[in-house]
Design a protein around this ligand. Structure first.
Ligand code: 5GP
Ligand code: MG
Length: 172
């Protein structure tokens, strides 16, 4: 286990406080599925407690590759239903690794005419970054380990774990 449920809850509250101090008024939260649905559910409610009431929309992105390495190509699997033109948008995602997914999402939204795009990531694997992008809000910086739980999966499993953990391979 890397972060238990209580630790995550405290950090999500603090993040929401930071965001609510910086951003006022109209905000559209764009949640990147699937990995960030658990984080987003907690963050959105923490934002309400902090006095910010964002609208919420969802986009599904996939980066294809083998196993637990994220690949080069990002593709749009399911689109938003809202128009982002002229709006302040907060991208909510689970983890930034190489940075390609985040860069793709940010450029896509700016390309559609969003007035401003901020980014909020629960986890940041800094060591793996290979495109120039820095998230605005980060929950926890972590080492280059494959993590699961709290929305993050390994082959579609473990998303429901209440904590964030590292997968330890078992030796036969
Ligand atoms: P990037 O495009 O920044 O290389 O990768 C971002 C995506 O790769 C994340 O949204 C996530 O889907 C996946 N990813 C990267 N690292 C991890 C990890 O440690 N665990 C899980 N479950 N997914 C990861
Ligand atoms: Mg993801």
């Amino acid at each position: 286990m890397l972060f238990d449920a209580a630790e995550i809850a405290r950090r999500v509250d603090a993040l929401a406080g930071e965001i609510a101090r910086d951003i006022r008024g109209d905000l559209l939260a764009v949640v990147i599925l699937k990995g960030s649905f658990v984080f987003a559910a907690d963050l959105i409610r923490a934002l309400e407690r902090a006095g910010l009431s964002p609208q919420v929309d969802f986009i599904t992105l996939a980066s294809y590759g083998a196993g637990s390495e994220s690949a080069g190509r990002v593709s749009l699997v399911r689109d938003l239903s809202e128009d982002v033109r002229g709006r302040t948008v907060l991208i909510v995602d689970d983890i930034v690794d190489t940075g390609r997914t985040l860069k793709f999402a940010r450029e896509e939204l700016l390309g559609r005419g969003a007035a401003a795009v901020r980014t909020c990531l629960l986890l940041d694997k800094r060591a793996k970054r290979n495109v120039a992008i820095e998230p605005d809000y980060v929950g926890f910086a972590i080492e280059d380990r494959f993590v699961v739980g709290y929305g993050l999966d390994l082959a579609h499993r473990y998303r429901g774990l209440p904590y964030i953990g590292v997968v330890v391979p078992t030796t036969p």
